[in-house]
Design a protein around this ligand. Structure first.
Ligand code: ADP
Length: 456
């Protein structure tokens, strides 16, 4: 008769599944570096390394009023940005929630909704005296899904990510679609630049901190961007662009290790998430890291233990059995619970899932959250290290502009990324520092719009 396992015994199994050693991380970094090079060499690779047609860094002296529309995942944001030069800016913004239906409904309707939101934002800011009547403002469009671009104001959606699936959009020019909607609703805005949150964050971070070389997003999805020498982007060698010019690259690194799954340590929970997602096989890196999935990983572990009769015996657990019911924000709350009794965790489980927990179970959940959150941060460090190492930034050091709820709100996420960088690089890893880039996607779109106007 075997003695009953304690929660601490169960934890040990998950510890070994979710822990990444420095040695394993360095192997991932090498594979990642190679993947980045392949994406620069050839078109249509798994990590597409998209040329953004954003040439070089901002001077910090960009000025003027710009609109920005940010379609990023959970929310739709409309911003009015006033660039004041010297790395300063002001921003006025409104947020609009997107429903799950809108994400799956016809693409043109989605852009119609964007145009409607933009229209009401402009109208209310005209009546508030912030926007001049009858002016047509330049608009930077931040569309954070992989698009293939051949100029700054054009981009074909390669594929939806982050749970979007609106038909009649993949393969289409999203700028043309949005322009059509802006015309339909007679919105006084002129799209001058298409960008993504990551490229926007890169440019916005550099505007305020010229040490910035890389930007990362840790939100619903995850991604990175950096500045590359045009001569080192072999796949665009035929375009006649000065090889010494610099262009921002939108890595779309969330796709790393997709399909073949050779490089990342995936658990069976990760595999389940992948199989049950609307895009199996895709965004393999993102599915281990981003806000959309971390809560779900934890939920799947809990469900496994419910099935095994370890947790919540005799309680009704139907709420925990609903896919994606466990928000990643709960992991943040669990990790930051300051009480010995873990009262916050009691609250989460009673209020949201209608189950009672013991202290040992709550300690277990907190430890699980830590494992899942820490793995995400350390894998992110691997991606950053790949760019740092490829570009030779380690000696001199650099700043990495970062944004997204996971980065901003998950306790210790940034520290764990830094710790990961030191595990990979040793002491010198301290030369690479992430910093929060406030409103990167909105400000960045405005700066990119300004840079585009100045180039013309
Ligand atoms: P988006 O990437 O959609 O533009 P965010 O950066 O806000 O927007 O990211 C949203 C994601 O962050 C969601 O998946 C959500 O679960 C997660 N999230 C929201 N709040 C928190 C939090 N406090 N801690 C960790 N993750 C969070």
């Amino acid at each position: 008769h075997a003695t009953k396992k304690t929660m601490a015994d169960h934890l040990r199994k998950y510890e070994s599944l979710f822990t990444l050693t420095p040695q394993r991380m360095r192997i991932i970094v090498e594979a990642f570096k190679e993947t980045l090079e392949i994406g620069l060499a050839k078109h249509n690779q798994i990590v597409p390394m998209i040329p953004t047609y954003v040439f070089g860094w901002p001077t910090g002296q960009e000025r003027g009023n710009y609109l920005a529309l940010d379609l990023g995942g959970t929310n739709l944001r409309v911003c009015l940005v006033t660039l004041e030069g010297e790395g300063k800016f002001e921003i006025t913004q409104s947020k609009y929630r997107l429903s799950e239906e809108q994400k799956q409904d016809d693409g043109q309707k989605l852009f119609d909704f964007c145009a409607e939101c933009m229209k009401s934002f402009i109208d209310s800011n005209i009546s508030g005296g912030i926007i001049e009547k009858d002016s047509i403002l330049p608009l930077g469009f931040t569309f954070s899904y992989p698009c293939s671009q051949d100029r700054i104001d054009h981009g074909e959606l390669i594929r939806w990510t982050k749970g979007f699936g609106a038909p009649n959009t993949e393969g289409h020019d999203v700028v043309a679609m949005f322009r059509k909607s802006l015309e339909k609703y007679q919105v006084p805005a002129e799209i001058v630049a298409l960008t993504c949150d990551t490229t926007g964050t890169l440019i916005a971070s550099h505007y305020v901190n010229p040490k910035t070389r890389i930007a990362c997003i840790f939100g619903t999805g995850c991604n990175a961007a950096y500045m590359e020498r045009v001569g080192d982007i072999p796949k665009i060698a035929g375009l006649g662009i000065d090889p010494d010019a610099e262009m921002a690259i939108n890595c779309e690194w969330g796709a790393f290790d997709s399909f073949e799954h050779e490089n990342l340590p995936r658990t069976k929970y990760d595999q389940t998430i992948d199989e049950q997602s609307n895009k199996p096989g895709e965004q393999a890196f993102e599915k281990l890291i981003s806000g959309r999935y971390l809560g779900e990983i934890l939920r799947l572990i809990i469900c496994e233990l419910i099935d095994e009769g370890v947790l919540f015996l005799g309680q009704n657990t139907y709420k925990l059995e609903i896919p994606y019911s466990f928000d990643t924000a709960f992991l943040s709350l669990m990790e930051s619970d300051p009480t010995d009794e873990l009262l916050m965790i009691i609250g989460i489980f009673t209020h949201f899932f209608a189950v009672e927990t013991t202290l040992a179970e709550r300690q277990f959940f907190r430890a699980l959250a830590k494992l899942v959150g820490r793995r995400a941060a350390r894998l992110s460090a691997c991606g950053i290290a790949a760019i740092v190492s490829k570009m030779g930034y380690l000696e001199e050091g650099c700043a990495v502009g970062a944004d997204g709820s996971l980065y901003k709100k998950y306790p210790g996420f940034a520290d764990r990324v830094h710790e990961g960088l030191q595990d990979i690089f040793g002491e010198k890893g301290k030369n690479i520092v992430t910093c929060h880039a406030e409103d990167g996607s909105g400000i960045g779109a405005a700066i990119i719009a300004a840079m585009t106007k100045e180039r013309k």
